[in-house]
Design a protein around this ligand. Sequence first.
Ligand code: DC
Length: 228
Amino acid sequence: MVHVNIAIDGPAGAGKSTAAKGVAKRLGLKYIDTGAMYRAITWKGILKGIDFEKSREIELLTSNTVINIKKGSDDSNRIYLDGVDVTTEIRDPSVNRKVSLVAKNQQVRDMMVAQQREIASGGGIVMDGRDIGTHVLPGAHFKFFINATLEERAHRRYLELTKQGHEISEEDVQKEISMRDKIDTEREFSPLVAAKDAIFVDTTNLTAREVEEKIVIHVKECIQAGTA
Ligand code: DC
């Protein structure tokens, strides 16, 4: 329906993916989950038993890896690692614990960002991540920075993980998210930060549908007013 690029950034558990997926569907845009790409590399590293403290091992692994993102039947992304569908595996708690170490590596980021820009080059994309508005698509027509309190984000992730059958305490989920926030925010290359021209959405007391609605209304109003 519209042909714009929308960047949605924010920390883990803020509700980015759900919002991005819903917005893409309602506006007829393509949805890309960039976190899934860093997760896929991490999953391969776990399978190969690499040492995540050694940048060279992570870089070598990444340059020998092919990641593809395809649209699933439910509008979510299906992630292929060297041709194999790893959509479920990349959500494993073992990946959560290591993915920030992969994502802070500059060479890995350069490779992922090049692929993300290529995907977005045709336009009509909703892309979610940490550095989309600041680095991947600085010229995006719309930029949103989505956040919620640490407690609320941990609670959402805890519900998600237990629903998938993982035995994990809410306290541990909170610790893991807080550690990931710290690494993602303090890293040297493309840290998690809101773009200067991003619109903030605090999702702490909002449902997923309300977040989606806020974004869709804003985008439609700007398009109608000719300010997009
Ligand atoms: O959104 P997520 O939880 O699936 O992201 C997984 C990790 O990848 C997260 O710790 C930060 C990193 N990431 C990133 O550095 N840049 C992105 N554009 C997307 C994710």
